[in-house]
Design a protein around this ligand. Sequence first.
Ligand SMILES: [Zn+2]
Ligand SMILES: [Zn+2]
Length: 362
Amino acid sequence: MFLGTSGSVPTARRGPSATLVRRGGERLLFDCGEGTQRQLLRSAIGLVEIPEVFLSHYHADHYLGLPGMLKTFALRGRELPLTVHGPPGLVDLFSALQRVFGKLTYRVELVELRPGDALDRGDFRIAVFPVRHGISSNGYALVESERPGRFDLEAAQSLGVPEGPLFGSLQRGDPVVLANGQRVEPAQVLGPPRPGRRIVLSGDTRPCPSVLEAAHGADVLVHDGTFGQDERDRAEDTGHATSAEAAELAREAQVKMLVLTHLSNRYFGPEIAREARALFPETVVPRDFDIIDVRFPERGGPRLVKGGALGRGEEGEPHDGLGSGGAHEGPHGSGGDSDDLAVGGDPVGARGRGGAPPERAR
Ligand SMILES: [Zn+2]
Ligand SMILES: [Zn+2]
């Protein structure tokens, strides 16, 4: 769920970095740019008591939303502990932020993570990999464990396994013994194990071998797409990527879908998408409140759901009545560019306003 897709500064249509990953009952927030709590309030899920936040690095556009959100939770009397993860420097950052948010009603646990670290969550893990952004920065890969193979009903029936709890045992990988004493192994009724899903979030970065490695074969790669090709040099100087560079990496990594975010306020979105799609067609450039539904490969793989995170009262609003709210579209969708609302539009974006300079070293 994309809550903020702008780089460095918010625009009228895009908040700074914040991405919520939901899986079953889990909610993991990756980066928390300024205004993230309000983006959550406007979304269909609301400002829920997020249990865990993962920061990619300590440029202000990635954490300024934390003090305000932490304070709001305290004003509401939150008791559920909050864990904040981030690269080394997290404890220092919080000793400074503490003066802003003051005393809280709940415990905040700080966990500094280094590249190579991994958090085991049972049926998935969160692996930390290095990126290239000029300061201490973490990329995060969410990697599901292998799933058991497909259950072969005919095979089970022909072996005389009665429908019911024994099916479940076999599906979980446990052998069963039938009433006649015959033992049935899971391998007799299950197909080959199927891979789990993998989502890779690069954060701000240059394209680099460690991102390529982490992204290899991923279902979804969410990558820095700050600049267009006309600003290749600036991308290099500021530790960011052009959309074409990200697309080349995605192609080499053979990901199923490339998601470009952290757009400089010089761009509206369509031009970023166009340049990337010329090299890697399965690219999307979401707007705030768009969702990527990461389905299993056999169910169609990842797809973009435009405006999928909008709250009821806000249906269609960020699309300005242009009527695409809630529309479903896969990566192979309309293929439209300039008139494709999912890749931008941004009719009142910050381009040129007040002469704000584009990002330098955020
Ligand atoms: Zn940034
Ligand atoms: Zn940065």
